[in-house]
Ligand binder design. Sequence first.
Ligand code: KIV
Ligand code: ZN
Length: 386
Amino acid sequence: MSRPITIFDTTLRDGEQSPGCSMNLAEKLEMAQALADLRVDVIEAGFPIASPGDFESVKSIAETVKGVQVCGLARCNDKDIDRAGEAVRGAEHPRIHVFLATSAIHREFKLRMDKAEIVRRAVEGVKRARNLCDNIEFSPEDAARTELDFLCEVVEAAINAGATTVNIPDTVGYATPTHMFNHIKTLVDRVPNIDKAVISMHCHDDLGMAVANSLAGIEAGAGQIECTINGIGERAGNCSLEEIVMALRTRNDYYQADTRIDTTRLVPTSRLLSSITGMEVQRNKAIVGRNAFAHESGIHQDGMLKEPTTYEIMRPEDVGFTKTDLVLGKHSGRAALSDRLKALGYPVEGDKLDIVFEAFKRLADKKKEVYDSDLIALVDKRPPSE
Ligand code: KIV
Ligand code: ZN
């Protein structure tokens, strides 16, 4: 039996905060519909107080995209909360996300508030939001660097004030999996009303551990993951949606937790975001990169032709690629060459294959990749006696 995990997509809010990733209204609407088609549970559509354009985008998404919760972000003050409430009001399932920093560094240098003031403001903010909407998320910003006793106190107070989700951000990507597991486990064990809210993970990728930290949170009892398409987001980005979703699907034996995501839409959604923002994913990006299901070495290609599970833990079709890519290059072997020639209509075997294989290797030494047109030219150049 799999425990359901809520996917909270923040591509249009935290993701849009990546330098170079801002989107206009039409682009945001197109992306929001793609996220709904991907079957995310919650779309964080923007930060309505940030600009009139952001307000309009959140409002339009709330009014037009159906079958999904639509959320607006607010700092913990009346103006922000009311603006977010107004923006999401037209949604089928609205949510307001209120945040306030809790770590010592943020309390002292950014907010200049003591602990009591933080708790008082968090409670007031959640109560105000709760008067506008009954689906309220509260985030103690920089939770990963917040003293655990104080974090427990704030989380308990926020739930008592009406928060239905408590999100535990690793705002600066400082945590490790053990650190995050311990944070969440402490909340589960020590906060008396914790079962009245869903615990959520929001991990940044500054040390490259956002996905691992989110998984550690799930192990400790979290029920929601905040993530973005292609992992875009502030600085090094957020937990990548495609990676966390496929980790849970592929290692369901271990986590016994899963999402509602239609994984066959992962690649098309990733490509759509890249085409809108102009930010390509790297070739070796897990799940959606061009090399994610490509094999060049002869040993791997031979294994793949015999049985795909030898070198693939997921099926390319399951994430939206059409097929495995056996790339022909200097590391490739006879099996892959013969297979490709057959597919191209040249069933070359035995001695003839040896001759073509030799010519292929000579060519491959000079090129990064040997294309079908190169192969056809090679075969067609054979002397008539062949
Ligand atoms: O990283 C962060 O702390 C945030 C909050 C607004 C949740 O993005
Ligand atoms: Zn963030």
